[in-house]
Design a protein around this ligand. Structure first.
Ligand code: ZN
Length: 387
């Protein structure tokens, strides 16, 4: 005879069931019967789990829909006033903030162009907090804040930010939480979070890919087996500092010949003789030789670095993000030439190089996703929101 489960077991089982239910609702709204069929839970369990969520205004029962004979179903979906996540990004040349629901819908979004290269952390974080205040609705119930930074992150600290050195060594997330007098802020690298935006809440198109973030800095987010790979101490994916010329140009990181010095946006614009990506794209459309050569040379440099990455981790999909997404059609031929020559697997399979469908603010979207993903996987975080 087995003993009956303890309350702890019951609590764990309830949370596991709630997780399944929330993930099903993130995928699509549905009636209780539909949700039961999709999760494998009984209709009675679905009814028990959804009742407090309806009281808390996390879920909403919509108008009856007749789908055939019998009683019309009443689909459940996330309530428009359900708790929301904020995703913010500190980029080298802009700040962005977005407010998102649990299923990833946008509530509000704003981006401010500002050059952060020589600013100190206090000013940058104060401006980020102000931007968040402007996008967050007054009555919003906040799940938390995700923050993307252009540098490596370990133990909630920016360990290295060569293009925004004012952030290095700073616990920027704690600083932001203090300014906003709110719950904890989760911190991660911008390329990691931009890659995560391609994974959650929608299903990723492929389980293994490299997201390449190309602006002043060049970074990457590696997704292997549907999981973001951060490395042992958060330094994975520092594609910008892959060396393509051992005696090459000096880099902000202290090294030489890093691909960022050949394929970073500052180099592309300076070589092309253009002040902005907009004017560069106009010149490319006009077939201006200098602009075409500058972008083609950057594509070749990027292709060499990507070849090393692909030979190491054997992914077959490269997503170009940031300014690279806008320049993708002009970068791609030179990237492809290098991949075809240098990647061993290229003779055996097709390598996809594609612009991100999510940019320009994928990092902020991924930062919000970090919070909504955590809430759905740890549904006890929803329990403290009152009825
Ligand atoms: Zn470097």
């Amino acid at each position: 005879m087995t003993s009956s489960p303890t309350p702890v077991h019951l609590r764990q089982m309830r949370r596991a069931n709630l997780r399944s239910l929330l993930l099903a609702l993130v995928a699509a709204p549905g009636s209780r019967a539909d949700l039961a069929a999709r999760t494998g839970l009984t209709k009675a369990t679905v009814a028990t789990l959804t009742e407090p969520l309806l009281r808390q205004r996390i879920l909403l029962e919509t108008e009856p829909q007749s789908t055939g004979p019998g009683r019309p179903s009443r689909p459940l979906r996330f309530h428009p006033e359900a708790p929301v996540a904020v995703g913010a990004e500190i980029n080298v040349t802009h700040l962005a903030a977005t407010v998102r629901t649990l299923d990833g819908s946008t509530v509000a979004h704003r981006r401010t162009e500002i050059d952060n290269r020589t600013r100190d952390a206090e000013n940058i974080v104060t401006d980020t907090a102000d931007l968040i205040r402007t996008v967050l609705p007054d009555n919003a119930r906040l799940l938390g804040i995700g923050l993307a930074v252009p540098g490596t992150v370990h133990d909630a600290t920016v360990t290295r930010a060569p293009n925004v050195p004012g952030l290095t060594g700073i616990r920027v997330a704690d600083h932001l939480s203090t300014l906003l007098q709110t719950a904890e802020t989760l911190l991660d690298n911008e390329a990691n979070l931009a890659a995560f935006a391609h994974l959650w809440p929608g299903p990723a198109a492929t389980p293994d890919f490299a997201y390449i973030s190309g602006d002043v800095g060049v970074g990457s987010g590696l997704v292997l087996g549907h999981e973001l790979f951060r490395g042992a101490t958060g330094f994975a994916g520092e594609l910008g500092h892959v060396v393509i010329d051992r005696d090459g140009r000096p880099c902000n990181c202290g090294g030489r010949g890093c691909v960022e010095q050949y394929a970073g946006l500052s180099t592309i614009l300076a070589t092309a003789g253009h002040p902005t990506v907009d004017t560069l794209i106009t010149a490319l459309a006009d077939n201006a030789p200098r602009a075409r050569t500058a972008v083609s040379d950057a594509g070749a440099a990027l292709g060499i670095a990507l070849s090393s990455l692909l030979n190491l981790v054997d992914v077959a999909t490269i997503i170009l993000g940031g300014s690279y997404a806008r320049l993708a059609e002009h970068l791609e031929p030179a990237i492809r030439t290098e991949l075809h020559t240098r990647v061993l697997s290229s003779r055996h399979r097709h390598i996809t190089v594609t612009p991100s469908p999510i940019d320009p603010d994928a990092a902020a979207i991924g930062a919000a996703g970090l919070i909504t993903h955590r809430a759905c996987h740890q549904p006890e975080r929803l329990e403290h929101f009152p009825d």
